[in-house]
Design a protein around this ligand. Sequence first.
Ligand SMILES: [Zn+2]
Ligand SMILES: [Zn+2]
Length: 380
Amino acid sequence: MQALARMHTAGKITLSRPILWQNEAKNITLLNKNLFSTSEPMRLIATLLLASLSLSMAARRDFTHFWQDKDGIIKAQTELSLELVNDIIDQEKPSVEPPSKARMAALYLLDQMLHDTRLDGSPLIADFLDGRMQRVIADFEVPLQEGMKIYKLYNDGWIVRTPSVAIGWDIYRGGKVKEADRSLMSDSIARALVDRCDILFLTHNHGDHVDPFVVECFLEQGKPVVAPDEIMPGDARILHTRRPEIWQESFKAANGAQLKATVVPGHQDHLQNNIYILTLPEGYTVSSSGDQWLREDQDLMLNLQVKTPPVDVFMPICWAADLPGFCKSVGAKVVLTGHENELGHHSIDHREAYWLSYNKLEDFPIPNSLMTWGESFFYK
Ligand SMILES: [Zn+2]
Ligand SMILES: [Zn+2]
C-alpha cells in the first residue's frame, strides 16, 4: 500500500504497469512468509486479507491501465456492460407483467450504449447482436408443441413460430461494422435464421426492412418472399401483392403451411407499406405494422375493427402515430413494439430508445411487452 501511495504522489502519468506488478508481487511474498508462522485463526485472517488484496489489485490494475487510453476504457466498459445486459435479460424474460427494475435497467443500459455514436459500427455491438441471435437459433432446437412464439430480431425484424410454420418479417442484418467486411448481424447468422423460416414478408421498400442478402437466401432455398410492388419490381421470383383497398389472399409457405392474409394497403409517406394480418394454421392471428406513417391513412388505421380479423399479437413500430388507438383498432390482445434502436438512423433522436417505449407503454390499455434483440414472447 505504501509503495502504491508513493507512486501515486510521485507522478501518475509516468507510472508503468510492470513496476506496479513488481511491488504487488513483493507484498504477496511478504504476506505469504508471515502466513506460515501464525496460528490457525491468524492464517484465516491473513488468507482473507490476501484475497481482498488480490481483488483490490485487480481493480487498481484496470484503473491504472486505462489512463490516457480513452478508446480502451470505452471498449472495456462496453464489453462488461453488454455481458451484464445478457446476464440480466437471460434471467428476467419478457412478459406482460410489469418489468422488474433490473430488466428495465438492462434495457436503459443498452440505450446508453446504442446512443453513443463512438460505438457506431463497433465489433462489440455486432458480436453482442450475433450472440443474441444465437439464442433464437438455439431455441429452434427446442420443439414447440403448442402456442406461438414471437422472436424479436434486429430493428423491426421478427420471426413468428408455431408448431406448423415459421414466418420471417423484415429480417435485416443492420449496417456495416467498422474496418470489417461484415454487417452488424453476420451473414452466417442471418442465413441460419433464414434456414429456420418457411416464408418471408416484407412491408415496404426501405433498407432497414429489405435486406437483399436475406431475400436472396430465402429465394435460393425456394422459400416465398411476399412484398408490395415497389420492392425489387423487376424480380419475378418475388410474390408482389398490392391493391388499393383492404384485400384477402392466401399464401403457401415453403413447408406447405397455408396462411390466410388480410392485407391493409398502408404507406410510409409516399411508399407502399403492406400490413399483413396473417392467420396461421393453428388459428392465431398476428401482424406487424411495418413503418406505417401517413396522415391520410390515419382514419383507416384507427377504424380497422370490422374490416380485419382481430389480432392476437400485434407488433407495431414504437413510433406509430396514436399507438394505443392503432393497437385497439386491430383488436390486439398483446402488443410487442418494434423498431427501437435502429443504428442506421445516424441522428440519435430517431434511434428510438427502449426507455421511450417503456414510457409509451406505461398505463397502456392492452397487455404488452418490450423486448430487445434475440428475445422471444410465448403466446397461447
Ligand atoms: Zn424502418
Ligand atoms: Zn421505413
